[in-house]
Design a protein around this ligand. Structure first.
Ligand code: AMP
Length: 186
């Protein structure tokens, strides 16, 4: 089974993806984690995306699609993939459908974590104070939320049309969200 965890930045996608990985052996593919790893390694790609990421804007479709293509090839035979933070544009979603089809696979379910953006701003301000992640600062987070509403939200009708979208209350505690996701996958 292949699924997408969908929702605005800081909705809890990463936390839930890690749980599903531990519980079901799925492989988590997070383009945000891949890009942060590229930066940490000091690679050319890392240097290229650093300023864009810190500003809160999206990096190019071409870059993230190439990362996912590599990861799919490197994890052939995985029992399932959880896409976390990808796709974020319609072009990425179309590319993902095509890449999976090449491997004889498809997206089975898109779990949308439903959250309140005002509460999310408060949650992220707290995370910035605690962890100091550059793109969690209030200005960059605003840009990330805008990118979500302008570039990523059009994926809702894209997956709705395919009958794959399931909504889960993302403002509940971690356990309840996990139960909601399990219910949507049953
Ligand atoms: P995330 O941890 O998923 O919020 O990603 C952190 C940052 O990495 C984003 O704000 C973007 O700059 C970049 N990024 C991650 N995934 C994508 C994607 N699918 N498309 C474009 N940019 C991305």
């Amino acid at each position: 089974m292949n699924l997408i965890l969908f929702g605005p930045p800081a909705a809890g996608k990463g936390t839930q993806a890690k749980r599903l990985t531990a519980e079901r052996g799925f492989v988590q593919l997070s383009t945000g984690d891949m890009l942060r790893a590229a930066r940490k390694s000091g690679s050319e790609l890392g240097a290229k995306v650093a300023a864009i990421m810190d500003s809160g804007s999206l990096v190019s479709d071409e870059i993230v699609i190439a990362l996912i293509e590599e990861a799919l090839a490197a994890n052939k035979g995985a029992p399932g993939f959880i896409f976390d933070g990808f796709p974020r544009t319609v072009a990425q979603a179309e590319a993902l459908d095509a890449m999976l089809a090449k491997h004889g696979q498809k997206i089975d379910r898109v779990i949308r974590l439903e959250v309140d953006s005002v509460q999310l701003m408060a949650r992220i301000a707290k995370r910035f104070d605690e962890e100091g992640r550059a793109d969690d600062n209030p200005d960059a987070y605003k840009v990330r939320l805008d990118a979500y509403f302008n570039q990523t939200a059009p994926l809702v009708p894209y997956y709705e049309k395919q009958g794959k979208l399931a909504g889960v209350d993302g403002m509940a505690d971690v356990e309840s969200v996990a139960r909601g996701i399990a219910g949507a996958l049953a």
